[in-house]
Design a protein around this ligand. Structure first.
Ligand SMILES: *Cc1c(COP(=O)(O)O)cnc(C)c1O
Length: 419
């Protein structure tokens, strides 16, 4: 459910017509609905109210500070994967004690910042990384709460690029190694084993892989308990899928039910790291049709948005619905919607049936709230676009479009090249 719909033929975000926003910001622009995001968070978080839990939003899905603040205000925490995301989460007033730190390659600097910020736990992903944490902790004379990310070797049946829990993936630690590491942690006076985590992939559309994962984590917790190591947290990661086209992802309540069933009465606190399911359908990407180009047997809608702004179609062959901002339901043609970038991979849609449109019209790319702006780049020296947050009848620019100056920020011409 979301709050993007046509009102009298005009696509609106909540109570604001998209055209009103575009008059103020030009295109391309990302537009997020506060009400949708709030609703998604509450539905997800409430689904787990039967057990102690903490919902740590996965910042990488969309790390704008206004989005993080929205989540924080609702009581959410953050799952971060870099020092940059730590900075953003703290800036948005998410308390350190609600932050978990994932990722395979944390640097000593990042580990130090995380310890200084007194975060809930660091999810380590290898023995070497654990050694690094121990080293930094010793230097700082701190005892650091740790979790090991295990690789439960579960196939979530999603796109290979977004699968993370298979043996061949770089993520997590295999079962036997994890068991051995927990015993090692237990002996280190600067490390405190408090949790176990996993994240098996993204855009997962079935419950079975999650059930397998949580069972596997619980088994480790029980085994460790009998060895005298007691863990307080099970972190089951993120990965719940959403509808882009015709997918039928599990409802958060059904997802919660199967996980609760495993954890109820264990005294374990559950940590969740949802990203896409919270923000994906809370955002759209607006682009303008520049030209209609016909070649033999093919029609291209050339738009002002490109793969640098929204890379998912190019990167994963991902499908995003595209609809005109002014409702149009007449004759359709099959087109490729492509951007101006000098790459054949620069497309937003291929062989898509869209209405016959004239240059100048606005198109809305739906489901663009997750891994949209956060994956954008300056490729082809394109300015990263404006982001807008809508709340009811009002809208707020939460990130300005970059300027030409921004494009060369930090660059310099050495003196020997000076004119
Ligand atoms: C990316 C990621 C998530 C969020 O995944 P979604 O599919 O967006 O829910 C959660 N945890 C970790 C460790 C991640 O890397």
């Amino acid at each position: 459910m979301h709050f993007f719909e046509y009102k009298n033929g005009d696509l609106c975000c909540e109570d604001v017509p998209i055209t009103t926003i575009v008059e103020a910001t030009e295109t391309p622009v990302y537009i997020y609905s506060h009400k949708t995001l709030e609703r998604h968070f509450i539905v997800f978080d409430d689904a787990f109210k039967g057990i102690p839990h903490l919902t740590c939003y996965s910042c990488k899905a969309n790390s704008n500070i206004a989005i993080l603040r929205t989540i924080g205000r609702l009581g959410g925490g953050a799952d971060i994967v870099s020092g940059g995301e730590l900075y953003r989460a703290l800036y948005a007033h998410i308390p350190g004690k609600k932050i978990v730190f994932s990722g395979v390659g944390k640097t000593e600097k990042e580990i130090k910042s995380a310890i200084e910020s007194d975060i809930l736990m660091i999810n380590v992903e290898s023995e070497d990384e654990m050694t690094s944490v121990a080293k930094v902790a010793r230097r700082m004379r701190k005892k650091v709460p740790l979790s090991i990310r295990v690789n439960p070797q579960i196939d979530p049946k999603t796109h290979p690029y977004i699968t993370t829990g298979l043996k061949k993936n770089k993520f997590g630690v295999l079962w036997d190694d994890a068991y051995r590491l927990y015993k090692q942690i237990g002996k280190d006076q600067h490390l405190q084993p408090i949790g176990i985590s996993s994240h098996i992939g993204s855009q997962i559309l079935e419950l079975a892989p999650f059930i397998d994962a949580v069972k596997s984590l619980k088994e480790m917790v029980l085994q460790l308990k009998s060895d005298g190591i007691s863990l307080k947290y099970i972190d089951i990661g993120g990965g719940l899928g959403i509808t882009y086209k015709d997918e039928l992802p599990p409802h958060p309540e059904d997802y919660a039910k199967v996980i609760e069933r495993e954890l109820k009465g264990t005294g374990i606190t559950l940590i969740l790291e949802p990203g896409r399911v919270l923000v994906g359908n809370s955002g759209i990407f607006i682009t303008k049709l520049l030209y209609v180009k016909k070649t033999q047997g093919k029609t291209f809608y050339i738009v002002d948005g490109a793969m640098n702004d929204l890379v998912r179609p190019a990167l994963y062959g991902a499908y995003h619905d595209i609809i005109p901002v002014k409702e149009k339901s007449d004759k359709e043609i099959t087109v490729d919607v492509v951007g101006p970038i000098c790459e054949s991979g620069d497309f937003l849609a291929k062989d898509r049936d869209l209405p016959i449109l004239e240059p100048g019209v606005l198109l809305a790319v739906l489901g663009a709230g997750a891994y949209g702006f956060s994956m954008s780049s300056n490729y082809n020296s394109r300015k990263r676009v404006t982001e807008v947050l809508v709340k009811g009848k009002e809208f707020f620019v939460i990130r300005k479009r970059e300027t030409l100056r921004d494009l060369i920020k930090g660059e310099s011409i050495p003196s020997f090249l000076e004119v």
